[in-house]
Design a protein around this ligand. Structure first.
Ligand code: GUN
Length: 282
């Protein structure tokens, strides 16, 4: 029987610890930390994610501000807003919810975020520091995955990890972070020849491709550990990139969707905000 890796429980544990740390800072006379989230347009999934972030912030004592812009907002107006937030002493971190409308250059927007305010850990300087293994801020999902592995005492040293997906926010950073932790990492993607032969070699398989139930039982090795990053909606129900029901029979541990990686991503964001805050208030 596979262990079901409980991201909800783990996130609650670390959110509670963070709440205590924030409380302690406030008891000492410091202000509360503050996160600002910028949303452009009204993408339904983005609105849901932002509501979750707001609730999580409020639960731990992080002030939360949601700034919404019309879908038609110009790139220069957005860059002005980012510049303001970069210079606003009352804001510890901010993020621009992705995806962005087509007329806005995502790279330009992310580049404009100061590393000292980079709550998501997506800006090039932050990611450069992640590569160099000297960052205090990490992209939320990779940070959450590593915390989950650690919580379940899964040592990655020398393990063969296969990452499916090469996005800038999950696949690439998790592969680097796990390499820094001495795992042997293979990154697969849509052009990989014979994906199945690669995934079947994995001691730890991490899937972040956004394709519902794509990984079936014949893609996994007996006893492997499966981390499913996907959040897909099929017939009104959420499911991952892994076909949970068939795969769970074959593996030693697996994250469910929902309740696996998702809550950990939000916990990582909150921890990033607190790290940025402490750099300011000491
Ligand atoms: N869209 C989906 N996930 C994320 C995230 O973690 N941060 C941002 N900014 N946008 C997202």
């Amino acid at each position: 029987m596979a262990i079901i890796i409980d991201g909800k429980l783990t996130a609650t544990k670390y959110n509670n610890a963070l709440k205590d740390s924030i409380n302690e800072m406030v008891q000492k006379g410091n202000r509360q930390p503050k996160l600002v989230v910028i949303q452009i347009g009204s993408n339904e999934a983005s609105s849901l994610y932002i509501r979750n972030k707001k609730r999580a912030c409020e639960n731990v004592g992080i002030l939360f501000e949601h700034k919404v812009f019309e879908e038609s907002v110009s790139e220069s107006n957005l860059l002005d807003e980012i510049n303001k937030l970069n210079n606003d002493e009352s804001v510890d971190g901010f993020l621009v919810q992705l995806p962005l409308p087509k007329n806005i250059d995502e790279d330009k927007i992310i580049n404009a975020i100061s590393p000292s305010k980079d709550a998501d850990g997506f800006c090039p300087i932050t990611l450069g520091n992640v590569v160099l293994n000297k960052s205090k801020i990490f992209p939320g999902t990779p940070k959450g995955i590593i915390r989950l592995l650690d919580e379940y005492k899964i040592d990655v040293t020398g393990k063969k990890v296969v990452v499916v997906g090469r996005s800038n926010i999950v696949g690439k950073p998790i592969s680097i972070m796990l390499t820094n932790l001495s795992a042997t990492v293979t990154v697969c993607h849509s052009k990989t020849v014979d994906l199945k032969s690669e995934t079947c070699k994995a001691d730890i398989l991490i899937v972040a491709i956004g394709s519902a139930k794509f990984i079936k039982e014949d893609f996994v090795k007996d006893g492997a550990i499966i981390i499913d990053v996907g959040t897909n909606k099929v017939d009104g129900k959420f499911c991952g990139d892994v076909d949970f029901e068939s795969v769970k029979e074959k593996v030693s541990a697996i994250t469910p969707v929902p309740g696996g990686v998702g809550p950990m991503t939000v916990n990582s964001l909150l921890e990033n905000v607190f790290t940025l805050y402490k750099e300011k208030v000491g």
